[in-house]
Design a protein around this ligand. Structure first.
Ligand code: URA
Ligand code: SF4
Length: 470
């Protein structure tokens, strides 16, 4: 009898391959669940470590249908300790006269496999739907935290989804088994957290509740569906459930936006049309309600400029005057930008100018509307518009003005003082850079800020003219 332990799919595949090539039948292998052992610090039930894998005894190659491998990969995230054994038995049968066993839906092993696969998929779906991030600001950096208790090892199963959806945010999802953290470029797994580690202070909790009250669709029908969908065990970890009564009394003001809130995550991607041209994007963006900024602002301020522009300039968000006129960079920052562009010899009419966020965020102070910096969540929600603009225009040059635009395009690790004026690799254009925002020049008493912005835009002008002459 061989004792073999596997933690992840890749471990199992490697061992299963060696065992199959050594003609070791399933009844001669005892598979241990390396993952449960590691997580629970479980003692080795057999009182011994892994046995050494045998050397191959046959020359033959294994033929494993890809459908089986895909299912096996999903099933590897199930908590059932018998999953490795089941997978090896099916693999063995496929190599020994039952090549098409996966097609026999009534076969006991296949029935078991399908059951496990479905459970993992359902668990993954629930994880996507019920993970609620709380915003935490630490030393000026915003990150998002969530705690969730999946039935199985759904975190690894869904991690790619969260990376895709929140690629420009820093986030951490904790589960009792393990924790996943994304810093904008790397996904790291670390040990799990008990619920107590995820406790948040009252302020954070109330922020979280307000956020949830805004996005929750108080229509009864939806509530029923939600209650039916949401396993009881999730309720204690979701303080928003306390808000349900109150929300039911409130009129569903934002139903349109809420109906688009499908899987717990709000993003402009649900508003971006499939057939993309700048005209269709601009028209669709008028109706975007993917974040709360559309509530108080006058209108969506979409990018402007030629669809075949070589250079795209990206600002932060429209200001007071842009919000009223509907055009980016027409206020004081725009006037300064115009004069610098002229000074360095870039024709503004040839440039496509847009913003990372398309609605004006402000706080009222008497009659004045004072600019407020958009949160990482708002930037992430709005990013699909920017991505669609860049993918439609395919410029040769991109310049981000200020940290907000730079983080949206280059990721959250970007630092304006450290990284400005340098060429940065980007999927959106062969030449990309970030520099100071013209508003920073207007605010700063230090003349160097304006000089550096001009200097950086001069580099852009030089690279643009090189590109056209060569
Ligand atoms: N600041 C920006 O970032 N964008 C504008 O459109 C105006 C001011
Ligand atoms: Fe949509 Fe962006 Fe406006 Fe938010 S800021 S509503 S994501 S267009």
């Amino acid at each position: 009898m061989l004792n073999i332990s596997a933690e992840f799919f890749e471990d199992w595949r490697e061992s299963a391959r060696a065992l199959a090539l050594a003609e070791v039948p399933p009844e001669d292998v005892r598979w241990a669940d390396g993952r449960a052992r590691k997580i629970d610090g479980q003692a080795d039930l057999f009182g011994c470590g892994d046995d050494v894998l045998p050397a191959p005894t046959s020359e033959r190659t294994l033929h494993v249908p890809s459908v089986f491998l895909a299912t096996a990969k999903t099933v590897s995230h199930h908590r059932d300790a018998a999953r490795w054994d089941l997978l090896y038995r099916i693999l063995w049968r496929m190599q020994h006269g039952e090549r098409h066993v996966m097609n026999i839906a009534s076969d006991d092993d296949v029935v078991h496999l399908t059951k496990l696969e479905k459970a993992v998929r359902r668990d993954g779906h629930k994880m996507k739907a019920f993970v609620r991030f709380r915003e935490v600001t630490h030393e000026g950096d915003t990150c998002y935290l969530a705690w969730h208790r999946p039935d199985h090892y759904a975190l690894r199963f869904t991690a790619d989804f969260f990376v895709r959806r929140f690629d420009v945010m820093r986030w951490t999802i904790m589960t009792p088994d393990e924790t996943a953290s994304w810093d904008g470029s790397q996904l790291v797994f670390s040990p799990g957290m008990p619920k107590s580690a995820a406790k948040c202070d009252d302020e954070m909790e109330s922020l979280w509740k307000t956020y949830y009250a805004h996005i929750f669709n108080p229509a009864r029908i939806k509530l029923k569906a939600m209650q039916a969908e949401m396993p009881k065990k999730h309720w204690p970890t979701m303080p928003e459930t306390e808000l349900i009564d109150q929300m039911l009394r409130d009129a569903p003001k934002r139903v349109e936006a809420m109906l688009r809130y499908t899987d717990g995550i709000r993003s402009a991607s649900t508003f971006v049309p499939e057939k993309v041209s700048l005209t269709s994007l601009r028209a669709a963006a008028k109706d975007c309600a993917a974040c709360d900024l559309c509530e108080a602002a006058t209108q969506t301020v979409f990018g402007i400029g030629p669809p075949d522009a070589s250079l795209v300039l990206i600002g932060e968000q429209p200001g007071d005057e842009e919000d009223i006129s509907g055009t980016p960079f027409v206020g004081p920052a725009g006037t300064l930008l115009d004069s610098i562009l002229e000074e360095v010899g870039i024709d503004r009419q040839s440039v496509y100018i847009t913003n990372a966020v398309k609605h004006f965020k402000f706080a009222r102070s008497g009659k004045r509307r004072l600019h407020k910096t958009p949160s990482a969540r708002e930037v992430a929600a709005c990013r699909p518009w920017l991505v669609a603009e860049l993918e439609t225009i395919r410029p040769t040059h991109i310049v981000c003005l200020g940290a907000t635009a730079a983080k949206s395009v280059f990721g959250p690790n970007f630092r304006i003082t450290r990284d400005r004026g340098k060429q940065i690799d980007s999927d959106f254009a062969p030449w990309a850079m970030a520099t100071f925002h013209p508003s920073a020049v207007l605010r700063s008493p230090d003349p160097e800020v304006g000089e550096k912005l001009t200097e950086d835009l001069r580099l852009v002008a030089a690279s643009l003219s090189n590109a056209t002459t060569s």
